[in-house]
Design a protein around this ligand. Structure first.
Ligand SMILES: Nc1ncnc2c1ncn2[C@@H]1O[C@H](COP(=O)(O)OP(=O)(O)OP(=O)(O)O)[C@@H](O)[C@H]1O
Length: 375
């Protein structure tokens, strides 16, 4: 079996290529992503996400290569064992030491078991504050809630000062309410820490909120890897074709109209107004727009309650199912901006005599804010 090393990318990258068998399962996965921000490894159950993470950690030894920022952890000649890889690993269920306090657990992997200062990397105070675990430090780990345990496990991983954080479905063992409580902490980490993260999940909502880049996997192979928004809007990939298709756009707050409670945010090729306090001007936020919330009109509509109506051009049209079609749109008069998706009936496509390249107006019924991107 040959391993194809992905072409190198400019700047600091994670280069991964693993190939071989795990029991009956054949893994043949390679990707190259920036060594910054969160890279989501996403795909259906059993497609090989955890196996890739374990390869990156040196826990699975398959043929291949792995390097981060030019530092080779594995190739034809090299195989660094797990204890020589500067990684933090967060599992589905936190395995904390029951005989140690939260504070001792946190410091367990820290260099010299001492609280690191910002001079030596991610500081103890910063981690405590980011994860909201200051009140837990003296507690025993035996009676922490699931969400608290997971936050302590993440803190412990961060305090070991890793070069790469590996997270394997860190929220999947939590109930929906606890998960919703922990997600904002992950989002804050994402905003504030520069450390690259490989984040395994089969929950697309988590990926949309946290990931900057995506590695889409299926049956042991990588279908595509790249910036989240690009893969979301690729009509040849399963994300865009799904009924729940969305795009996540990185936006910057421009202003806030307090009288109507509307924030104005700029994205490439347009502006959105959102009924929320989105932060001070200059704040980076992420916007989520579902394909089903974007309808099209030939002329700017009048007398509508829809706030966001933006000029777009049709970039492509791909039939989905028997009666619908997926349109990839680009924002802006000349179609030079960010991509949106719109799912319309084939009847509308024909009746409105739409065609690729045409200028239209997108009426966007729902625009949701999610936290900022670090990429
Ligand atoms: N050491 C091993 N020996 C035998 N089979 C293995 C081994 N490791 C993984 N597998 C198999 O490889 C396949 C992929 O597993 P993996 O855990 O990587 O998938 P996944 O995408 O992370 O799935 P999930 O989302 O359900 O966690 C599974 O069929 C699993 O049983």
């Amino acid at each position: 079996m040959t391993v194809q090393t992905p072409p190198p990318m400019a700047g600091s990258t994670i280069e991964a290529a693993f190939s071989g068998r795990l029991g009956n399962f054949a893994l043949d996965a390679s990707f190259s992503v920036p060594a910054r921000g969160v890279t989501g490894l996403f795909g259906p159950s059993g497609c090989g996400k955890t196996s890739v993470l374990r390869c990156a950690a040196g826990l699975n030894r398959l043929q291949g290569t792995f390097s981060i920022d030019g530092e080779v952890w594995q190739d034809d000649k090299t195989f660094r064992p797990t204890h020589r890889r500067p990684i933090g690993y967060v599992f589905q269920e936190a395995s904390l030491f029951p005989h140690l306090s939260v504070r001792q657990n946190l410091l367990f992997g820290a260099p010299g078991r001492q609280p690191p200062s910002s001079a030596t990397g991610t500081s103890f105070e910063e981690v405590i504050e980011l994860l909201g675990i200051g009140d837990l430090l003296a507690r025993s780990t035996s009676n922490l809630s699931g969400g608290e345990r997971q936050r302590v496990a993440i803190g412990r991983a961060l305090l070991s000062q890793p070069k790469l954080l590996l997270m394997d479905e860190p929220l999947s063992a939590l109930d929906r309410q606890t998960k919703d409580g922990v997600l904002p902490f992950l989002e804050r980490l994402h905003d504030r820490l520069a450390m690259p993260v490989l984040y395994v999940s089969h929950d697309i909502a988590e990926v949309e909120r946290l990931a900057d880049h995506l590695v889409l996997m299926q049956a042991g192979k990588v279908l595509a890897a790249g910036p989240l928004a690009e893969l979301q809007a690729d009509p040849n990939l399963p994300l865009a074709a799904s009924r729940e298709a969305v795009v996540s756009l990185d936006a910057v707050v421009e202003s806030y109209d307090a009288s109507f409670g509307l924030a104005r945010l700029a994205v490439a090729g347009g502006h959105f107004e959102i009924p929320a306090a989105a932060g001070a001007p200059g704040t980076r936020r992420r916007i989520r727009i579902a394909a089903g919330d974007v309808s099209l009109t030939r002329r700017p509509p009048e007398g509508t309650t829809i706030i966001n109506i933006l000029p777009v051009r049709i970039l492509s049209e791909t039939p989905v199912g028997a009666h619908e079609t997926l349109l990839v749109l680009r924002l802006g008069e000349n179609g030079e901006g960010a991509r949106l998706l719109s799912r319309v009936t084939r009847r509308s496509w024909h009746h409105l005599q739409l065609e690729v390249g045409q200028k239209l107006y997108a009426q966007i019924k729902g625009v949701a804010l999610t936290p900022a991107s670090a990429a």
